[in-house]
Ligand binder design. Structure first.
Ligand code: PAF
Length: 284
């Protein structure tokens, strides 16, 4: 397994690869957990070469967000990547990726309607930061396929739309959410929760499932969402959003006739950790 932190070396490595190979990129911000490993394992099965990027991208953090305290566990990440058989870890510094700084940079403008709702409402420049780094990584690494978790469903949708709008020819491979035994979606930010909070936070997933059942069986979408918000608020969650939206362009869904996703973000615990999750609701 190679570990590279410079763009120059990365380009040399990429140029040395046989052009017929299937090259997988798994972009991450490190602090790897089973969710990331699921991406890597799937990439390992489907591609000839698996490249992971580990880079906490400052461009996608707002001023009052957790850039400085975001968990960084590089040594452990390296061991995990080794155990899976990753070919290359690209782990650059911010100076390497943004040599002229971040202020005066050309950036990707995400589709407004899709980026300004859900997480984009409270994190205004977040998705521009995500799409910019993802496009830079695509340009540097030129993968034939790239893997993204469904937990960040809005991110996945915007990346798919960027590919469409900018004519990029890369297979985007979504990977299902990995959950702990209680149902909590795995996330690097779960590290901010205490042990007790981890078990209490499973309530998010249980509520999503209950809401899906309520919509299927007896309640309108609006009634079911309101009930879920009430239940979660009384259990100490501060709801940022809980909405039903279409899968392809995240439009609000009011009727039950086509499949959609329930999407939630809520703050929880002593550190007010922001947790996100989603659940696909099938045709009835
Ligand atoms: O999902 C993430 O970890 C990040 O948003 C990504 C895609 C690696 C871009 O920094």
């Amino acid at each position: 397994m190679k570990i590279i932190d410079s763009v120059r070396e990365l380009i040399a490595y990429r140029n040395g690869l046989n052009p017929d190979l299937k090259i997988a990129l798994v972009p991450t911000m490190g602090a790897l957990h089973e969710g990331h490993l699921a991406l890597l394992k799937e990439a390992k099965q489907k591609a000839d070469i698996v490249i992971i990027s580990i880079f906490v991208n400052p461009l996608q953090f707002g001023q009052n967000e957790d850039l400085n305290k975001y968990p960084r566990t590089l040594e452990k990440d390296i061991q995990l990547c080794k155990s899976i058989g990753v070919d290359l870890i690209f782990t650059p510094t911010a100076e390497e990726i943004y040599p002229e700084g971040q202020e005066n940079l050309s950036k990707v403008i995400p589709r407004k309607k899709v980026a300004n709702c859900l997480c984009g409402k409270t994190r205004p420049n977040h998705f521009a930061g995500v799409l910019t780094i993802v496009l830079k990584l695509f340009n540097l690494i030129q993968p034939t396929q790239a893997y993204f978790g469904e937990k960040d469903f809005q991110q996945l949708t915007l990346i798919r739309l960027m590919l469409k709008d900018l004519d990029l020819n890369i297979d985007i491979i979504p990977v299902s959410i990995v959950r702990n035994s209680g149902g909590l979606a795995l996330s690097s930010r779960n590290k901010y929760l205490t042990e007790l909070e981890v078990s209490q936070a499973s309530q998010i997933y249980l509520t999503l499932m209950e809401t899906a059942e309520n919509i299927k069986n007896k309640l309108s979408i609006l009634e079911a969402l309101n009930l879920a918000k009430l239940n979660l608020s009384t259990q100490g969650f501060t709801i940022d959003y809980l909405e039903a939206r279409s899968e392809d362009n995240l439009e609000i869904v009011n009727n039950k006739n086509s499949p959609f996703r329930l999407l939630i973000a809520a703050y929880f615990g002593i550190n007010k950790t922001r947790l996100i999750d989603n659940l696909r609701v099938f045709n009835f």
